[in-house]
Design a binder for this molecule. Structure first.
Ligand code: AMP
Length: 416
């Protein structure tokens, strides 16, 4: 695999898989351009070297059909502004051969939404999985996916994957395309390199003590990560809504708190495994309870196992916060995924804020801290701490799969 830093793009056409899946309002205006800004180091390096750019991305879920509401033409000007260049737009990503051919050094071509073609995702459309003809349709689709990837590859001399958000997908533009470039002409972009390095710090390059904080609503969606981390962490904090599945499993009274009744055995199993592996499992002992699921609910504090009928736990209590802070502050490696309470309600942000503050403190003292996976990113942004942790991941599902220990197809395709 080539390295972007060492590669000279002078006179080369680079096709770059970016993640320009930005949120748009009803008028097609970008409401958050983080993803565009995230791609700039890679894009600027290529242009500054004297190369030309062919940018490809998906936007939303058009499910293999053209949908003007999800056209990347809506973001063309924003990309141009960010790069300080005019951007040429290809109305059909699979018929951009001539535009690509005529591209001169320093020029930028943006392809229309890749997912307007079902070949991008490689899933057969209009046929149910239960249909006996499904397997044949899937096989045929895989063949057309290769053709689609080959067409995209034909536009350029070099392939760069900088879309971490889709790295866990084996799509035409994220993985299959890499087969059409030799090892010296495919590489990860800077953003991808940073993400991969951050995950490596958490999984393989651990400085101890290692504290992971897993929060959010459900234990079932985090189980893969919890299991993988169990072999690596010194302290595992489980907080947020999943607290109550554990409290119930221990025979506690949890009122109307969120609970996965069918995961009580799983909760007991996690506690058993933690003991066997010598992991310090920290589940908050108290919580802030509310008489309804609302910001203006009546509030009180209770033991997590002694919640009165009609009340629900919506945030970590003061004792829990002290317990969390005790194992976060001295940590040297930290992973945070999932809030410690319903942080969307202003009156129930204390636990999540305390977790964020302890992570910031530990980071100041030399810890490597990775925050990632949807809502915890929203938390650090909301509290204004994003630049005080070591790394905030841009990848939701991709980050979670990487931490589960899965190989990301988007990384493997380039490295392989
Ligand atoms: P997840 O997507 O599983 O990481 O869950 C994130 C969501 O969990 C956020 O929307 C939080 O509001 C929610 N959450 C955190 N703590 C609780 C709780 N105690 N009760 C209900 N939802 C919670």
């Amino acid at each position: 695999m080539a390295k972007i830093e060492d590669f000279d793009f002078k006179g080369k056409k680079a096709i770059v898989r970016v993640d320009f899946n930005v949120p748009l309002d009803e008028n097609g205006n970008i409401t958050d351009d983080t993803r565009i800004r995230g791609a700039l180091p890679t894009l600027k390096k290529i242009l500054n070297d004297g190369g030309s750019l062919i940018l490809m991305s998906h936007l939303g879920k058009p499910k293999g059909k053209v949908n003007p509401k999800l056209s990347l033409s809506q973001i063309k000007d924003a990309v141009g502004k960010a790069l300080g260049k005019d951007v040429i737009f290809a109305l059909d990503c699979a018929k951009a051969g001539d535009l690509a051919k005529n591209l001169k050094p320093g020029e930028v071509l943006l392809l229309e939404n890749l997912r307007f073609y079902p070949e991008e995702e490689g899933k057969p459309v209009g046929i149910d999985k239960a249909d006996p003809a499904y397997d044949a349709a899937k096989k045929a689709m895989k063949e057309s996916q290769k053709e689609f990837a080959k067409t995209l590859a034909s536009y350029a001399d070099v392939y760069v994957n900088d879309a971490f958000g889709t790295a866990h997908r084996k799509h035409a533009s994220t993985a299959v395309i890499a087969d059409y470039f030799d090892k010296d002409h495919k590489m990860l972009g800077y953003l991808m390199e940073k993400e991969v390095k951050a995950v490596d710090n958490i999984l393989n390059n651990i400085k101890r003590p290692f504290t992971a904080i897993m929060g959010g609503s459900k234990v079932s969606t985090k189980i893969g990560i919890i299991e993988n981390l169990m072999d690596k962490v010194d302290n595992l904090i489980l907080c947020g809504g999943m607290t109550y599945t554990f409290a119930k499993a221990l025979g506690g009274k949890i009122g109307t708190s969120i609970c996965e009744e069918d995961k009580l055995d799983l909760a007991l199993d996690i506690m058993k495994k933690a003991k066997e592996k010598g992991v310090n499992l920290v589940i908050g002992s108290d919580c802030v309870i509310a008489d309804k699921f609302a910001n203006d609910a009546e509030k009180s504090v209770a033991k997590a196992t002694e919640i009165p009928d009609g009340w629900m736990g919506l945030d970590a209590g003061p004792e829990s916060i002290a317990e969390f802070t005790k194992v976060i502050t001295p940590a040297k490696t930290i992973l945070w995924n999932g809030p410690a309470g319903v942080f969307e309600f202003e009156n129930f942000t204390t636990g999540s804020r305390a977790v964020a503050e302890a992570i910031v403190e530990a980071t100041k003292n030399g810890a490597f801290s990775l925050v990632g996976g949807g809502d915890s990113v929203a938390c650090v942004n909301k509290f204004g701490f994003a630049d005080q942790v070591s790394y905030v991941s841009t990848g939701g599902g991709a980050l979670l799969e990487a931490i589960e220990g899965k190989i990301l197809p988007g990384v493997a395709a380039v490295e392989g």
